[in-house]
Structures are given as C-alpha cells and as structure tokens.
Design a protein around this ligand. Structure first.
Ligand SMILES: Cc1cc2nc3c(=O)[nH]c(=O)nc-3n(C[C@H](O)[C@H](O)[C@H](O)COP(=O)(O)O)c2cc1C
Length: 328
C-alpha cells in the first residue's frame, strides 16, 4: 500500500494531486465527468468579496506550449459561493480549498473570517499573485520619474502583493489572525528572488506555499498592431513554464520548512514527478484541465503506476531526492 498522504497543518490530503485555482471553475461544473473524490483537493477559482466581471474579451490566447490568459478574476463573489455552490460541492467528498483575494486588506481579512466559520472549507489559499487584476502602480511610482498621463497611460506595471516580502508578511499576518484553518500562500514565480517572499509568507503564518502562478506576458498581432488579448498583458501558463516552475520550487524548497504545492505546466505524471524531486509535497494541475478535465486523475493513475513499478513506498523517498554531484 502506497502512503502518499500529504499534511498541510491540520488537513491531511489522501493524495498529492490537486486542481489549480481558476482552471476547474468552482468544481461542480466537472462533477459529472470527473470523480472529484479521487483528487487530493480542489482549489476553487479565486473569489473576491463582491462579484467581479473580469476583463474584456478575448481572455485566452494560445502560445507555443502554453497559453496567455487575462480572465481578471471573474467570479460570483464569496457570499454566492458559500450559499449556492458550497453545499453541493461538500457532497462531492473532496477537500475544498477556497482561493481568495481581497483589496483593500480589510476585504481579505473579512473573507478569511467568514471562511473560518464555513463548514466544508478544508483550507484557504490566499492568492497573493494574480497578474490580471487592475494595474495599480505606474512606472512613475516605481522610479522612472514619469507618471503615466491620459495621453500615454501605458506602460503601467502590474502589481501583486507577492512581489514584496514586507507586504506579503503583512497580509499573511492579518489573515492568520482571522482563521485557524490551514492557510496556503500562492506566490508569484515572476519575481527576481522568490526566497525572501516565501520566507515572509511563512513568517506571516502560511502553513504551505503554492509555487506558483503565471508569468506576465504579451502576445501582439502585427496586422492589427494590437494585443491578442482584451488587455495588453496576460499570464503565461502551461508546459512552456514548467522548467521555470520546477526550478523555483527546488530553489525555494531549500529555504522554507512548510509543504510546497508545485504548480506550472503539469500534464502527465512524469511532469508531477519532476516537482516532487525538486522538493514539492503536492502538485496542482492547471492549464491541462482545459484540454482534458480528467488530466488530474490521469496524473494520479500515472503516479500510482510509477510508485509501484519503482517500488517507492512513500513520496517522502522522492521529495528533493535529486541525484546530482552537487546535491550529494
Ligand atoms: C484561465 C486561467 C485562470 C486562472 N485563474 C486563477 C485564479 O483564479 N486564481 C489563481 O490563484 N490562479 C489562477 N490561475 C493560475 C493557475 O492556478 C496556475 O497557477 C497557473 O496557470 C500555472 O499552472 P499551469 O501551467 O498548470 O496552468 C489561472 C490560470 C489560468 C490558465
């Protein structure tokens, strides 16, 4: 019998394969096609305090080995989720991790407080890394000395909490005070050095880290001389980012002592294994769900096969176990 349970604070997942936020709707959409109880956990699309319409279309563009999205957090709002979706989702017997993002910080803490009391919510994932929300700071504020004007509103830099260690710790702490439920910080891989940010999240009370979200990118149509998305930029995901994500998991795993959920470009069991070797305790499948919502279950089956074939009795044997001269 393979033991591949994963503990995230008080939550024990029966297996290490999750579905990533925003790529599996609220979960119920797939309940007929996918045996949700076979997933380690389901992470919901990120919810905000009030409903959001998201960004103008087009919101998805295919790119080599991946896609750019600019969904912009379209969601029904936390109240509607708790009242209209959660009761049916609870019946699916899969741990439900609710992803939230709030601005200002009071919105986030209010949501965490509600989720703390919500029956059937196994854990909270704090999305500190959404690249598709409103652009908050112009380059001027970041040191170019040139504030955007009405005539020249671009470029404006995307802003995310998880770009800055101090803000990351502050937001985590504020949320930690509101809940005893397991708290996962979803970080951006798109930073110069993830380690200080990961450490800040743990210092602030994160029980686990999701590494990571998408990378900011652009796709331009030379004929129209315009973005192929409704917004100027989007978030890159899919197999194209997998080596970048694996590296970041490996690099961060050396410096933190909480479980890491590896996310980025996983399609097959082999891809998930890369993340375990890099030091992840669990993985989440994102973009692959758009091609095949059963991809996460195929990953579960493929992992079972691998573990049996290679006589691996526990995932602990694989975690961080890279054979390399400098790793010995
Ligand atoms: C269409 C789309 C929507 C997403 N929405 C969210 C979201 O609501 N919250 C979040 O934390 N991440 C969101 N993500 C990021 C994914 O959860 C995941 O971190 C990222 O796509 C990398 O994994 P992948 O390459 O397997 O897709 C979204 C990604 C895609 C492609």
């Amino acid at each position: 019998m393979i033991d591949w349970r994963v503990a995230i604070a008080s939550l024990t997942l029966s297996n290490p394969v999750l579905v990533a936020a925003g790529t599996f709707g609220y979960g119920l959409e797939f309940a007929r096609a996918v045996r949700l109880e076979r997933l380690g956990a389901l992470i919901t699309k990120t919810l905000t305090r009030t409903p959001q319409q998201g960004n103008p279309p087009p919101r998805l563009v295919e790119t080599p080995g991946g896609m750019l999205n600019a969904v912009g957090l379209q969601n029904i709002g936390l109240d509607a989720f708790l009242q209209e979706r959660l009761p049916a989702l609870r019946a699916c017997r899969v741990p439900i991790i609710v992803s939230i993002l709030g601005e200002p910080i009071e919105d986030t803490t209010a949501m965490a407080q509600r989720l703390d009391r919500a029956e059937g919510v196994a854990a909270i994932e704090l999305n500190l890394s959404c690249p598709n929300v409103q652009e908050r700071s112009g380059l001027g504020e970041r040191g170019s000395g040139q504030l955007p004007t009405a005539q020249n509103p671009e470029p404006r830099a995307k802003w995310m909490v998880a770009q800055d260690p101090a803000t990351t710790a502050e937001v985590m702490q504020a949320v930690r005070q509101q809940t005893r439920k397991p708290l996962i910080a979803k970080l951006s891989p798109d930073v110069t050095d993830l380690v200080p940010i990961a450490r800040a999240a743990v210092r602030g009370g994160a029980d686990a880290l999701s590494i990571g979200n998408t990378f900011v990118g652009m796709s331009l149509d030379p004929v129209r001389r315009a973005s192929r998305l409704g917004t100027l930029t989007g978030g890159l995901s899919g197999p194209a980012i997998r080596p970048l994500a694996v590296y970041r998991v490996w690099y961060t795993a050396q410096s933190v002592n909480v479980p890491i959920i590896g996310v980025g470009g996983i399609v097959r069991a082999e891809d998930a294994l890369e993340f375990f070797l890099a030091g992840a305790s669990a993985v989440a499948i994102g973009t692959a769900n758009f091609a095949d919502p059963r991809a996460p279950l195929r990953v579960v089956q493929g992992l079972e096969r691998y573990l049996r074939t290679h006589h691996v009795e526990s995932l602990n044997e694989l975690r961080g176990a890279i054979n390399h001269p400098s790793a010995l």
